[in-house]
Write a protein that binds this ligand. Structure first.
Ligand SMILES: NC(=O)c1ccc[n+]([C@@H]2O[C@H](COP(=O)([O-])OP(=O)(O)OC[C@H]3O[C@@H](n4cnc5c(N)ncnc54)[C@H](OP(=O)(O)O)[C@@H]3O)[C@@H](O)[C@H]2O)c1
Length: 292
């Protein structure tokens, strides 16, 4: 099936951007352009507006971001430019050419308190520069255009980039047989291969709004590590430790939310299919890594 909708995908050298372009191409879209910072620096307002005005996309899938959470703490101005101003420029340009916009956001926009899943309209009280600037990006998008899909995700892994799964496998391959992993931060993983399918379904509709989209199941990082080693047949013992204990061993600059559970109510109400269970996603991801 061929499709003529013109789609611009940012962050193509990252995890999600790579999978979005792959999925769009598989679906037969012939007008897909994946770009990264060497094609267009999204913090340059005039360049962004000129580029989008000339390309005239029907959809912009904006995945690019400053994702180094700890380094963000000491680079606040730059991170604001990338995570808040860039989506503002893109939203303004989308408005001019009447394009739909997908803006990928994060569980870090919330304060991580309590043990209930956050709803899409809960207050945004991010704990870190990364979380705060992503929330500011959301606000720019919602105050600029109507045709937006804001999709919050968490604990991302994909073929094209670094992530927790790859780090665990690397440590196992280096001969580590025991690891301390945090057990009191609870959330959900997001396999970019699965998410890209949902995003492609979304852009074919006009069901605009804010969504949470992660693989099903709430877990801790320790449970995740345990399952990675189990499925990958690595003999590594996981010692569950608290965030407080972890911080004494490995000081981190950015605060992490303890509760990253996010409600899928808006996804269900709009009739979108939830992503598969996390263990299933992990097993397919490990196979995908083997094929590489
Ligand atoms: N990774 C996670 O765990 C996670 C969790 C929740 C939400 N998210 C969100 O999900 C989205 C996708 O994440 P991801 O893991 O796929 O990201 P990623 O792998 O880090 O890729 C992001 C891409 O954006 C590019 N970029 C950075 N600054 C740019 C600029 N000024 N202009 C143009 N491109 C620029 C990066 O280039 P460089 O590498 O050269 O900087 C990189 O190729 C992001 O919006 C992120 O905030 C991610």
């Amino acid at each position: 099936m061929s499709n003529d909708m013109k789609i611009l995908v940012t962050g193509v050298k990252g995890q999600l951007g790579y999978d979005c372009v792959r999925e769009l191409t598989l679906r037969g879209y012939t007008n897909v352009k994946g770009i990264d910072i060497d094609d267009l620096d999204l913090t340059k307002e005039d360049d962004v507006k000129k580029y989008i005005n000339e390309y005239k996309p029907d959809v912009v899938m904006h995945n690019a971001a400053w994702t180094a959470v700890d380094k963000a703490e000491e680079n606040e101005n730059k991170v604001y430019e990338v995570n808040a101003l860039a989506p503002k420029y893109i939203a303004e340009a989308c408005k001019e050419v009447n394009a739909k916009m997908v803006y990928i956001s994060t569980d870090y926009v919330f304060n991580g308190l309590g043990d209930k899943p956050f709803n899409v309209d809960d207050p945004k009280e991010g704990l870190s520069v990364y979380g705060k600037t992503k929330a500011q990006g959301e606000d720019f998008v919602t105050s600029t255009i109507d045709k937006y899909f804001i999709v919050r995700i968490s604990w991302v892994f994909g073929k094209n980039g670094n992530n927790f799964v790859k780090t665990m496998l690397k440590l196992a391959n280096m001969g580590k047989n025991e690891l301390n992993v945090v057990c009191d931060q609870i959330g959900s993983v997001t396999y970019t291969y699965d998410l890209s399918k949902l995003l492609c379904d979304m852009i074919e509709t006009d069901k605009y709004g804010i969504y949470h989209a992660t693989n099903e199941g709430y877990i801790s990082w320790a449970e995740f590590a345990y399952e990675i080693f189990k499925q990958a047949n690595k003999n590594v013992k996981v010692n569950p430790i608290t965030t407080e204990e972890y911080l004494k061993l490995v000081p981190q600059q950015a605060k992490r939310p303890l509760n990253s559970r996010m409600s899928k109510d808006s996804l269900d109400k709009a009739g979108f299919k939830r992503l598969p269970d996390w263990k299933d996603a992990l097993s397919r991801y490990l196979k995908e890594l083997e094929e590489k």
